[in-house]
Design a protein around this ligand. Sequence first.
Ligand code: TRP
Length: 433
Amino acid sequence: MAITRFLTGITPSGTPHLGNYAGMMRPAIAATHNPQVENFYFLADYHALIKTQEPERVNRSTLEIAASWLACGLDPDKVTFYRQSDVPEIPELTWLLTCVTGKGLLNRAHAYKAAQDKNQEAGRDLDDGVNAGLFMYPVLMAADILMFNAHKVPVGRDQVQHLEMARDIAASFNHLYGEHFTLPEAAIEENVATLAGLDGRKMSKSYDNTIPLFAPRAQLQKLIATIVTDSRTPGEPKEVEGSALFQIYQAFATAEETIAMRQAYAEGIAWGEAKQLLFERIDRELAPMRARYEELMAHPAQVEAALVAGGERARALSHPFIERLRAAVGLRSVAAKVEKKGKAKESAQLPSFKQYREKDGKFYFKFVAADGRLLLQSTGFDAPREAGQAIARLQHEAGALQALQAQLQPAEGVAPETITAALALSGASSSDK
Ligand code: TRP
């Protein structure tokens, strides 16, 4: 059974708020319970540098966001949860991709164009204040996704163009160097709440109308008291349509609770009372997570350990993969023999490892020949990292085939020499280091 790999990044440039929670974190964590899906969630800290040059802010936000995800129930054993900058293969891949990306493609990116439009309106030079990181952003994001051959990328609408670019970039690379990358697709959650903020507009950092996810109880209550309402007096029936308060309530309440609130509006509940109900409802959901969050924030070493472990798991995949990609583009030992001619063919014909997860929750890999023939099939590993390490040993260690015998089943009718020869080719880039 095929496993779908989901991957998404969160840029650590601020403090998570209720809108992030209801719109992204809560559904993303719920999605990790689906056994058909393998999830990669990461802190996109290289991306944060595009937006902010305040080191303390990047660092603090990384801690807050990682602690928030863990406090909200993300299980780092189930999800590959890592920090982008712990995976040095990502910036390396960024460069390989940069060199197959048309500059014109990047000129058309919305984020870059928006910055230019702003300058034009203000009568400034078009590139005034625009760093090259903003320009290169879509390539870095493509590297994030392609590094792990993700199938689906849950993102907001504003990111759809970046996904199209990632596909374009992947297709260019595949065309030049062989089929290395899966073409990723955006997964847009249609019925996920965009939460209203304090002023009734969408809750967003840029509108300064947010409620921090783990604001202490008293602050939460105070902030909720400032949500805009109309001037209807107690006893006057109230409209749910366009009511930020109702909309936020709905995002936290069950269907029955929502019906009851709708009824209370019709019956003229006082705004003060409705705010108290909203406060209690949100606090009921958040209080246990807030306690865990405060615990983690008091022990940042625990958060760091979770991120480091996740980074190692990610690298068990990214490291062997970048080696293959380096070889494919010609960055490889000058002493290694490559028999085949023609650049596209040569890399397309390398034997390769395919990793996947089965219904039983275990992690497997198979090793397939250039022509698609199965050469080796692994037994189940408890963690993707173990599978990744076995692959790395097979590629780089003489005798690994023998040593790992218990975890491997050679395919029927395949001679051991065929496997050994194929292994040497698949690890060709580093075989004589
Ligand atoms: N650019 C995304 C945002 O601002 C964050 C991000 C970075 C991302 N890399 C990614 C999202 C890869 C999905 C996949 O929201």
